[in-house]
Write a protein that binds this ligand. Structure first.
Ligand SMILES: NC(=O)c1ccc[n+]([C@@H]2O[C@H](COP(=O)([O-])OP(=O)(O)OC[C@H]3O[C@@H](n4cnc5c(N)ncnc54)[C@H](OP(=O)(O)O)[C@@H]3O)[C@@H](O)[C@H]2O)c1
Length: 263
């Protein structure tokens, strides 16, 4: 299937590794020109080199902390100076620390909202004018299964991400007239360093083995395994494509069937 992404400019936030990197790699394979960022300049530089070498991709890379609105604006200027416009925006950030409601304090929620909600809003505001001007755009926000089904010991994720869904829905309704779609993707458990860190936290907290912690998670996933970042990236590439032109305002899970609700 031709996704029509050749030469489109795709901005992938928080993409030196994990889900963001997998998305960047998938879009590069589809021929998109990339702009990628993360906090660590060396790590994002290495990711860019990898994408150039493995996919022959055009890549603009920069250090940017998505918690910092001014840094997002500076990165957006760099992207526009390089490519002149943007077609696809994938918003992403690191995950907030794990913990139950009892483990965290109110200030932790503010930090999580800054990391996981405000980052998506600031990124969208930085790039929307270019999409509106060209009357074509795709915004895809990375969230979590926690927006549909809160998970134990992830209080900060459970609370901070739902606003992203409301923002995406608002964007979808308001910007459809400009040929822009806005959707959210919600991973369950996909094998990345973040998930390895969550397993380690459980080992520490509960004194169980890593195997037992992993087994508990997988036992709740009908697919019988965690996902591969490539399986997540495939959905993002489709939502970024011309083919997804009539999918707007949706939240789509990539969770191997883990979510048990009906809608
Ligand atoms: N993997 C899953 O199964 C899963 C499930 C549900 C939700 N999620 C969420 O999806 C997001 C990505 O997860 P992941 O598994 O890919 O995590 P990961 O493996 O830890 O990778 C996180 C990426 O984000 C970058 N990053 C972190 N904080 C940043 C910031 N403030 N500004 C810019 N870049 C930042 C990191 O690079 P630097 O360190 O260089 O900044 C890295 O490239 C997280 O919010 C996570 O909680 C993941």
């Amino acid at each position: 299937m031709d996704l029509g992404l050749k030469n489109k400019v795709a901005v992938v936030m928080a993409s030196s590794r994990g889900l963001g990197f997998a998305v960047a790699e998938e879009l590069a394979r589809e021929g998109a020109r990339l702009a990628i960022c993360s906090r660590d300049g060396d790590a994002i530089g290495a990711a860019a080199e990898h994408l150039r070498a493995s996919c022959n991709a055009e890549v603009c890379a920069g250090a940017c902390d998505v918690e910092d609105a001014a840094a997002i604006d500076a990165f957006a200027r760099k992207v526009i100076d390089t490519y002149g416009t943007v077609h696809v925006l994938f918003t992403n950030a690191g995950g907030p620390p794990p913990g139950t409601v009892a483990d965290v304090v109110p200030a932790d929620y503010s930090r999580a909202v800054s990391l996981n909600l405000m980052s998506a809003i600031n990124c969208a505001y930085a790039f929307l004018p270019y999409m509106k001007e060209q009357r074509w755009g795709r915004i895809i926000a990375s969230t979590s299964i926690t927006v549909k089904q809160p998970l134990p010991a992830l209080a900060l994720s459970n609370v901070s991400r739902v606003g992203v869904i409301a923002f995406i829905k608002s964007l979808a309704v308001e910007y459809a007239q400009y040929g822009i779609t806005a959707n959210a993707v919600a991973p369950g458990y996909i094998g990345t360093e973040r998930v390895a860190g969550l397993l380690d936290a459980r080992v520490q907290r509960e004194g169980i083995t890593r195997e037992a912690a992993a087994h508990d998670i997988v036992a709740n996933i009908p697919a019988g395994r965690m996902g591969d970042p490539k399986e997540f990236a495939a959905l993002v590439a489709f939502l970024a494509s011309e083919r997804a032109s009539y999918i707007n305002g949706e939240t789509i899970l990539v969770d191997g069937g883990m979510y048990r609700g009906l809608m």
